[in-house]
Design a protein around this ligand. Structure first.
Ligand code: PEP
Ligand code: MG
Length: 323
């Protein structure tokens, strides 16, 4: 099976009845972009740019960042790059950006909230990304957005940068979107969907904040399951809002490479899955093995269950029944 997946890695992932779902790679190092392409990735669905910053001794300037982003864009050779703006705080410290002592850092200054306290940093990052793309497909996404006000604040900086560079914001090659990883943003997806270009669901944080379980908790990790029906309902709301406004939705958390979750996410209408590079061939293969009718049926079955455990049991039983 693994061999079959590997041999077909460069083929697009079509469900058994011909619906195409893009499979991209998550990246924390731009030097790995070429490897992702060689494993069949159709783009980068999540570049965790904070890892590039962590590898520097000090805040990288525009030129330093531009060279790194260009390395990824060159390797992708026309495939889209989804770059996440700096996501510092919580589980992602940055030595040269000291944060205040907080009782609950996961509920504190982090993600876009933190980035907006230093607009210069965000503007420099936008500048470096747009310059490196130079017209090639670039999607910038903002982490930990809780509502449209934060999106608008970042959008203002983005517009200033584009005006400065004389670059047109065409909503095609150049897109600005948000991550859905806080329950409020999923619940308010209709108001966000009219203003953003796309959503990418970060199921790691979305699960953490929906279930109130620390994503790295050693004793609770078994309960921290993105196939929980509460998380799935939030994803369903997100996809429906996006599609009602003609926008696309990706999933870039761990759930996107979970064998049981892949058909469920397809059935919920997700347009793109972004997974670690080595999982790309297998995720494509799982998508090829299911029809959209069956995927929708699995999604509905999952949504109706009361717990994550019940979701996994129900999906397993239905797989055995349909052979
Ligand atoms: C997520 O939260 O699901 C996500 C993809 O981002 P990270 O794991 O980097 O927080
Ligand atoms: Mg996250």
């Amino acid at each position: 099976l693994a061999r079959e997946a590997w041999e077909a890695r460069f083929e697009p992932a079509m469900t058994a009845d011909g619906t195409r779902i893009e499979v991209a790679a998550n990246l924390g190092n731009t030097a790995h972009a070429l490897d992702a392409v060689s494993r069949g990735a159709e783009g980068v669905g999540l570049l965790r740019t904070e890892f590039l910053f962590m590898a520097q001794a000090d805040m990288p300037d525009v030129a330093t960042q531009e060279a790194l982003y260009r390395e990824a864009m060159d390797a992708l050779d026309g495939r889209p790059l989804v770059a996440r703006s700096l996501d510092v705080g919580g589980d992602k410290p940055l030595s040269y950006w000291p944060l205040p002592q907080e009782d609950n850092p996961f509920l504190g200054l982090r993600g876009i909230r933190l980035a907006l306290t230093r607009p210069r940093v965000l503007r420099d990052q936008f500048t470096a990304l747009v310059k490196a793309a130079d017209g090639r497909p670039l999607r910038i996404m903002l982490p930990m957005v809780k509502d449209v006000a934060e999106f608008r604040a970042a959008r203002r900086l983005f517009d200033e940068v584009l005006a400065e560079l004389g670059v047109e914001y065409d909503h095609e090659a150049l897109q600005l979107g948000v991550m859905i990883e806080i329950p409020s943003s999923a619940l308010l997806a209709p108001s966000l969907a009219s203003e953003v270009d796309f959503f990418s669901v970060g199921t790691n944080d979305l699960t953490q904040y929906t279930l109130a379980i620390d994503r790295g908790h050693p004793q609770l990790s078994a309960q921290s399951d993105g196939l929980h029906p509460a998380v799935l309902r939030l994803i369903e709301m997100t996809v429906q809002a996006a599609h009602a406004h003609g926008k696309w939705v990706g999933v870039c958390g761990e759930l996107a490479s979970d064998r049981q979750a892949v058909p469920v996410l397809a059935g919920l209408g997700v347009d793109e899955l972004s997974v670690s590079a080595r999982q790309v061939p297998m995720v494509k293969m799982h998508l090829r093995g299911v029809s959209m009718d069956d995927a929708r049926r699995q999604a509905q079955l999952a949504l109706q269950q009361p717990t994550a455990e019940a979701v996994r049991d129900a999906l397993e039983t239905s797989a055995l029944e349909t052979g």
